[in-house]
Design a protein around this ligand. Structure first.
Ligand SMILES: [Zn+2]
Length: 172
């Protein structure tokens, strides 16, 4: 299972909505597996397909970063059934290395999507898992956490990030 390169802020694939998965085939299952490997290698707790340059509505999340198989979440076409309340905590992103911000997120979400076995799954999440779902679903909608900050912080950070993107993100 190959680790795929993670694209950075400024790459167009990160800033446009991704397409729905029409059916779960071997290519999509391979994408899930590669995304998991890539996320663990980073390491990170979530990854969306656009972050590996694939414009599809596919996300993976594992708050245990490989420690607990029960926490692995792989979803195609995830969507919110419910969003309620508010929470605000610092987030980072593998596609925006070296930066962090605290967007306002729902306190509780219910998310439905399709698992690699083709079956529908519904997750109810709070706290960090709710934030992870919001962060990854934002990615497949073409948004990064920076887009969710207050206008002042967003504009300041975007100016720096555009400069980074112009000059080229150095390899880590
Ligand atoms: Zn991210």
């Amino acid at each position: 299972m190959p680790i795929r390169p993670i694209v950075k802020f400024g790459d167009p694939v990160l800033h446009q909505p991704a397409a729905p998965v029409e059916r779960i085939d071997d290519a999509v299952r391979a994408l899930f597996d590669d995304m998991i490997e890539t996320m663990y290698a980073a390491p990170g707790i979530g990854l969306a397909a656009p972050q590996v340059g694939v414009p599809l509505r596919v996300i993976v999340i594992d708050l245990s970063v490989g420690e607990d198989p029960k926490q692995v979440i792989k979803l195609a076409n995830p969507e919110f059934l419910e969003r309620e309340g508010e929470q605000k905590h610092e987030e980072g992103c593998l596609s925006v290395p070296g930066y962090a911000g605290s967007p306002t997120r729902p306190a509780r979400v219910v998310v439905r999507g399709t698992a690699p076995d083709g079956e529908e799954r519904v997750y109810t999440a709070t706290e960090l898992l709710a934030r992870a779902f919001c962060h990854e679903i934002d990615h497949i909608d073409g948004l990064v956490f920076v887009d969710r900050l207050s206008p002042l912080k967003r504009d300041l950070m975007k100016r720096k990030l555009r400069k980074k993107a112009r000059e080229g993100w150095e390899e880590e």
